[in-house]
Write a protein that binds this ligand. Structure first.
Ligand code: UN1
Length: 517
């Protein structure tokens, strides 16, 4: 089957239509209801993807459930072998997929390709994992009894992803879930449906070559309020893994809890970096630039708050302002560009509103703060990377604005810095710059950072797939990607085997004459 990624690239500015439903078969082309994919680079419609209908949804769940019954019986290392082939195929398409991400989402090309690499990395990780889905054994309190636990496939998994990582975050879920023996129903962001179509086509190619049944990997497209709601309320889908905003996560959590289903939630971040007085400024400058300006501030791990020791405040701020002013904003396909557009007009409006609010609340814009509207910027969604000198009493610093706005907050002591750092509702990623062991360990200790990710001398974003990814508090508590995050995609079973001739009861209970201890 032809992948048709090339036409995406060539059709920049032209029309491209594709069904949005896949359940082993693609839905009908040219359905009346569709979502438009708009490139944030110049506002052009680059594709139309049809919305999943109620009938298609029902068929998709049925197929995902049916395929699960087969897929769960395939030995995990064999499932891993199929994922290995997917990893190779993603490598072949790395450049094209990277370009498609840049075209549809607007991140610069090295980041687009980096995102595909993240997909490849998690696939490679999952291949190894497919031979390491370990259970544990322990010692029974009863003679001639064996006690152990094992992990079984869970069922069809619903994966809801955001626009900002249109490929990698699905990959974290999909590659792990596949080796765990689960099938998938993916609802991508309606802002990036073409990336989803492309990834599904690659995976389908490999599944077909291996003679696998239809329904292992499925796609549905539509809004959260319609098809998204159907997915989270669907009792045949035991786990929903959702990435997005805190309000979205609350809606998903409540709907899934109402049917006692499971969730993995990866929601908002409001990530802080603490610069102690012994900060290596050169390192910190590079880390802060990538962390705050990279992906135009649209990572959930983006640095949003910079807590700077007063001893280095003036020097560091001056260097940072200089570096911000040198950042090239523009077309993300151009090699000199460091920051591409925001995703859409609504994101630009939120940027403006946050900057205005920060100023109202007593913040001072040191550089940036403006929407770029002239010339090449006219049709896309471009803003300036923005630095705001802030103070702890500004409520705006508690909110996550998905834009390149960095609030600088001065502090005097490490205790003050950590308290300030933790005083936001979100708890995803965090970092401290220091060469002082005591400060570093304080930050990483139980009274330190309250986040799911805590780093020393690197920024908050750009986590590797090998670690568990996710955060605390309003970030939702879920963990995805590496480490033992796979356990959330399986069901745990505790098994006790009596290989003796007696029927002893646990806790030494004697029950009737037949029981001995
Ligand atoms: C996200 O923004 O939802 O750590 C994911 C990072 C990337 C993933 C971000 N590896 O920034």
């Amino acid at each position: 089957m032809e992948l048709r990624l090339k036409p995406f690239e060539e059709s920049f500015g032209k029309e491209f239509t594709h069904p949005g439903t896949f359940n082993g078969q693609w839905g009908v082309e040219g359905a009346p209801d569709f979502v438009e994919s708009i490139s944030p680079i110049d506002g052009a419609v680059i594709g139309r993807v049809s919305l999943t209908t109620e009938v298609e949804f029902e068929e998709t769940v049925r197929k995902a459930r049916k395929a699960f019954l087969t897929w769960r019986k395939v030995p995990a290392p064999k499932r891993g072998e199929i994922v290995r082939q997917m990893a190779l195929r993603f490598r072949e398409y790395k450049e094209e997929l990277g370009k498609l991400i840049t075209l549809e989402m607007g991140k610069i090309l090295p980041e687009g390709e980096g995102e595909v690499q993240e997909l490849i990395d998690i696939a490679d990780f999952a291949v190894g994992l497919s031979r390491q889905l370990y259970g544990m054994t322990t010692h029974s309190e009863r003679p001639h009894h064996r006690l152990y636990e094992q992990w079984h496939p869970l069922g069809p998994i619903g994966v809801i992803t955001a626009f900002n990582f249109p490929v990698a975050v699905f990959g974290w879920n999909a590659m792990i879930a596949l080796v765990c023996g689960d099938t998938l129903i993916w609802k991508p962001s309606s802002k990036t449906p073409l990336c989803a179509v492309a990834v599904i086509r690659v995976m389908d190619e490999v599944l077909r070559e291996n003679g696998m049944p239809e329904g292992i990997v499925n796609l549905i497209v539509g809004s959260g309020a319609t098809i998204g709601r159907r997915l989270v309320e669907e009792p045949r889908v035991p786990l929903i893994s959702a990435t997005g905003s805190v309000p979205m996560g609350k809606r998903v959590a409540q709907a899934v809890a109402a049917r006692l289903g499971r969730t993995i939630l990866e929601l908002g971040g409001n990530n802080g970096v603490i610069l102690m007085e012994d900060t290596d400024m050169e390192l910190a400058l590079q880390a802060v630039l990538f962390g705050a300006v990279g992906t135009a501030g649209q990572r959930c791990t983006t640095i949003r708050r910079l807590l700077v020791h007063e001893a280095i405040l003036d020097t560091f701020t001056e260097r940072l302002v200089g570096a911000y002013q040198a950042i090239q904003v523009g077309n993300p396909f151009e090699s000199r560009t460091l920051m591409g557009p925001l995703i859409d007009a609504e994101a630009v409006r939120r940027f403006e509103a946050a900057v205005a609010r920060a100023e109202r609340e007593g913040g001072k814009v040191l550089t940036g703060g403006k929407v770029l509207k002239e010339g090449d910027y006219a049709r896309g969604f471009y803003v300036q990377p923005t630095l705001v000198m802030a103070h702890p009493d500004m409520p705006v610093i508690e909110q996550e604005t998905f834009a390149p706005i960095l609030y600088i907050l001065p502090f005097k002591t490490v205790e003050e810095a950590i308290a300030l750092h933790n005083a936001v509702p979100q708890g995803l990623s965090s970092a401290m710059f220091t060469r002082n062991l005591i400060h570093a360990e304080t930050f990483l200790g139980p009274e330190g950072s309250d986040c799911g990710i805590a780093n020393i001398n690197i920024g908050t974003s750009g986590a590797e797939i090998g670690g568990a990814f996710g955060g605390e508090k309003e970030t939702g508590g879920g963990r995805e990607a590496g480490s033992d995050a796979w356990k959330a995609y399986m069901r745990r079973q505790t098994c006790t085997i009596n290989w003796g001739q007696d029927m002893p009861l646990a806790q030494g209970i004697r029950f009737g004459s037949g029981c001995t201890t």
